[in-house]
Design a protein around this ligand. Structure first.
Ligand code: 5RP
Length: 215
């Protein structure tokens, strides 16, 4: 079985569990396709056999976290910075299961007040930041370059050598597909964090237990 391995604090539990099941012989004959360098390192340290999309272009199942989940199982992802590889791996997967806690549930994407990331090339990133903010003016959008380092003094660089522009909305995005299309059409945009129509099911953990959402 070919498994897409997600990125983030929730997906890390899945990777740990896979490592444990493999080491105790409860699971065998799997190969993992990691969605980030971080996950690749974690999986390798647990002796999970790894491969790439080049060698395994068809993935049976991907399991990953999410930043926002709406009632249609559409998602915002990428606050952990891995959106490009996540989208490539999850789009190539026959099934895509999301694992999250109930703080991630929203009635409309962009509605949490937290970031919707867009990965952009470094070249003239400010030009694209201004254009992205302008695209969603009517939603009260504010665009910020993601920073890293102890004093947040330098731009965050993705595993693919790009920058991230985080979009903060005052109001939820009305038409995610239209928004995604407009963002992707911008020269210099590499990928955006709207994962639409991709999740097969979402497993949500809350104080009262676990709920499985399916379409
Ligand atoms: O998209 C992601 C990383 O790019 C993560 O899946 C998302 O940020 C959720 O992370 P966490 O489980 O740590 O809340």
């Amino acid at each position: 079985m070919v498994l897409g391995l997600g990125t983030g604090s929730t997906a890390a539990f899945v990777v740990d569990k896979l490592g444990q099941l493999l080491s105790t012989g409860q699971l065998s004959n799997i190969v993992g396709i990691p969605t980030s360098k971080r996950t690749q390192e974690q999986a390798a340290s647990l002796n999970i056999p790894l491969s790439t999309l080049d060698l395994h272009p068809h993935i049976d199942l991907a399991i990953d976290g999410a930043d926002e989940v709406d009632p249609n199982l559409d998602l915002v992802k990428g606050r952990g910075g891995a959106l490009l590889r996540e989208k490539m791996v999850e789009a190539a997967s026959s099934s895509f299961i999301v694992v999250a806690d109930d703080s991630k549930l929203v009635s409309g994407l962009g509605g949490s007040g937290l970031a919707m990331p867009v990965e952009v090339v470094q070249f003239c990133w400010k030009y694209n930041l201004v254009r992205l903010e302008g695209l969603f003016k009517e939603l009260g959008c504010e665009a910020k370059l993601r920073l890293s380092g102890d004093g947040r003094e330098k731009p965050y660089v993705t595993d693919n050598g790009n920058y991230i522009v985080d979009l903060y909305f005052k109001n939820p995005i009305k038409d995610g597909f239209a928004a995604g299309k407009e963002i992707s059409a911008m020269e210099g945009v590499v990928e955006h964090g709207l994962f639409l129509g991709m999740a097969t099911s979402v497993i949500i953990a809350g104080k009262t237990g676990v709920e499985v959402m399916t379409k």
